[in-house]
Structures are given as C-alpha cells and as structure tokens.
Ligand binder design. Structure first.
Ligand code: SAM
Ligand code: SF4
Length: 330
C-alpha cells in the first residue's frame, strides 16, 4: 500500500475533518458575536463526498479520523454519517470534538457506534462565565453532557482554551476534576484567529506559564510518556485518576512529530493548521476525479507539507490569519 509521507519523513495517519462551518455557540476566541459568513449549503462537502475522501485516505494509511466543525452535531444526519464511517474497518479510531450542548441524548448511540474519544470543549465550570465566553446560555445542557460522558464508556478529554483574565483562575479547579475522574483535562494556548477573544491584556499564557501555575500548588506531578504524535504535554498528579495536559497550539513546539492533515467543511485541504489551504478537493471531486487521481493528489500535496507551523504561516498568500477556527475545525 502506498503511504502518505512528507519530505521530512513524517507519515500522515490522522485526518481532522470539519463536517460543517455552522455552530450553535459564538465563543469569543473563535468567532465574532454576529457569527461568521457561513457558506451556501451546496458549497459544503456532502456526506457522500466526505465518506469517499475518508475512504481514499484510509487506503493510504490514515487510520484515525477526528470529526469537528463548527459544531458537528448541528449538521443534520451527523449520526447517520458516523454510522456509515464506522463500517470502514481500515479506521482504528473515529473521534469527535464537540461543544456538547446538543448531544446529551446521543451518548448511548455514540457508545454503540464504537466512537473512540470525545473531546468536549468546556472553558469554565461557572454558568455566568460560560455565557460570557460562548455568548449562549447553554451551560446546563453542556454540563449534563459532561456528566453523562463521565458515566459512559467513552474516553473523555476536556479542551480548555486558556484566556488571560477570563479563566486562568480556574486552572486548579480543572486539575481537581482529575482527582476522582478518569478524564484528560487539556489546557490549550489561545491562538489569534477570527474571534478577538476577551483579552485586552498583555499577559501571555503559554505552556510554560500554565505549567508553572500548576507547579506552584502541586509538588507531586509525574510527566507521562506521550505518544510521539501527541499534541499535548501530559502529566498526572500522583494518585489522581485522571491526567492533565497542555497543548502548545500557538508556540508550536510539537510540529516535528505531526501526523495530521485537515480538511475544512468546504473541502479545502490543509497540510497545517496555520496554512491558508493548499487545494480544494470539493471542486476536484465535482469535476469527476477518479480515486486514483485523488490518491495521487494526496501523495503529492502531503509531500509539500511545511516543516512547521511557522513556515506554514510565512508561506500564506493571505498574511493575516483572519479565518475563524470554526471554518478550520481547530
Ligand atoms: N465546536 C466544536 C468545539 O468547540 O469543540 C468543534 C470545533 S472547535 C473550532 C475545535 C476546538 O478549537 C475547540 O476545542 C475550541 O476550543 C478550539 N479553538 C477555537 N478557537 C480557538 C482559538 N482561537 N485558540 C485555541 N483554540 C481554539
Ligand atoms: Fe463553536 Fe467550537 Fe468555535 Fe465555540 S469553539 S464557536 S463551539 S466552533
């Protein structure tokens, strides 16, 4: 089987696929209050197209898919799409990133489908602050999902975007969740995408700063040996059930072991989170490309994967990063 390998020897085994650009929240760091200009429905990849792209990639060695968005569950029939993907036995893992507000009734179905990890985005444990960050009053629904996920068989990771003067005071509360819950709490460095965030501050909360905040309180932290391609640096407080991690999304110290590609909801292929899209698959497919042509395109495009996120950013045609993370998929 031909494999997807770039010129730095990194093998691509992981696809992040955004199934929609729509979202039911308006997180401050992700998009402006009025939302983003969503594209016409016809310009989104159809499920059939997404299924085909995933199958072709799985024939090139991609064995893990993460479905994201926008909010994946706002797209009609998303569960049916998950079900069809679950029949692709070349995929070892189908994971989902979600804000959780719409899914408390779907947890048992997700278990039944053998979904791997759910990454639940939850930046605060406080109702009023949740409203401020997301601009939507959906805290109770999200917490209901959180509780149901903890009680389920699904592996749960919490994604917390660290926003200076907004939720840095809750870092230790999130760590305490790992005391008796077998979950992975992951703090993400905020990236300067479309949402301007709540930050009117010079404070920089990068990996080192987040870690030292935790280290001030906890003296019994053990590093966990990460999988090579892990995006987070992971740790455990001794005797705690769960783990915590920090994702250096902005300082980008993880690029050497990158194994992923991204496809946006409109079919834009991205070799890196920080590039501005290298190829529109939707148009290629709609012009009648065969599976072999698609495979060759993937092989050639992955070969050009930039060394790291800084190179990708420098190579952008459009120098300012202004797109919303909801169009990229995070
Ligand atoms: N709507 C889903 C959710 O929020 O989980 C999936 C899409 S969202 C774009 C994927 C991830 O990107 C979420 O964990 C979110 O917190 C993160 N994200 C969005 N904007 C970000 C930013 N400016 N900096 C860092 N992470 C961001
Ligand atoms: Fe929606 Fe996720 Fe962006 Fe929040 S981070 S606005 S939930 S896409």
């Amino acid at each position: 089987m031909k494999k997807l390998t770039d010129k730095f020897g990194r093998q691509i085994t992981y696809l992040r696929l955004a199934v929609t650009d729509r979202c039911n929240l308006r997180c401050q760091y992700c998009m402006p209050a009025q939302g983003i200009d969503i594209v016409d429905r016809h310009d989104l990849l159809s499920y059939k197209e997404m299924y085909r792209i995933t199958r072709v990639l799985s024939e090139l060695g991609v064995n893990k898919v993460r479905l994201t968005g926008g909010e994946p569950f706002v797209r009609k029939d998303f569960i049916n799409f998950l079900e069809s993907l679950s029949f692709n036995n070349q995929l070892d893992q189908i994971n989902i990133t979600t804000n959780g507000a719409l899914i408390s009734n779907h947890i048992s179905k997700l278990e039944e489908l053998g979904i791997g990890t759910i990454n639940l985005s939850l930046d605060t444990l406080k109702k009023e602050k949740f409203l401020k960050i997301t601009r939507r009053d959906l805290f109770d629904k999200t917490m209901k999902t959180f509780e149901k996920l903890i009680a389920s068989k699904l592996e749960l990771k919490l994604n917390i975007v660290i926003q200076p003067k907004v939720n840095t005071d809750e870092i230790l509360d999130f760590i305490e969740l790992t005391k008796d819950k077998d979950i992975a709490v992951r703090f993400i460095e905020e990236m300067p995408f479309n949402g301007k965030g709540l930050r009117k501050t010079d404070e920089v909360w990068n990996l080192n700063r987040i870690y030292s905040e935790i280290e001030k309180i906890y003296k019994n932290i053990t590093p966990i040996k990460d999988k090579k391609s892990s995006t987070s640096k992971n740790f455990r407080i001794n005797n705690y059930k769960g783990t915590f991690g920090i994702i250096p999304a902005f300082t980008r110290t993880i690029c050497n072991d990158c194994n992923r590609i991204r496809i946006t909801a409109t079919g834009m292929f991205k070799n890196c989170l920080f590039d501005d899209g290298v190829f529109n698959l939707r148009d290629f497919i709609r012009k009648g490309a065969s599976d072999d042509e698609l495979k060759q395109l993937f092989i050639d495009t992955v070969n050009q994967k930039p060394k790291n996120g800084f190179v990708a950013e420098a190579n952008r045609k459009n120098k300012t990063i202004s797109e919303s993370m909801s169009t990229i998929g995070g």
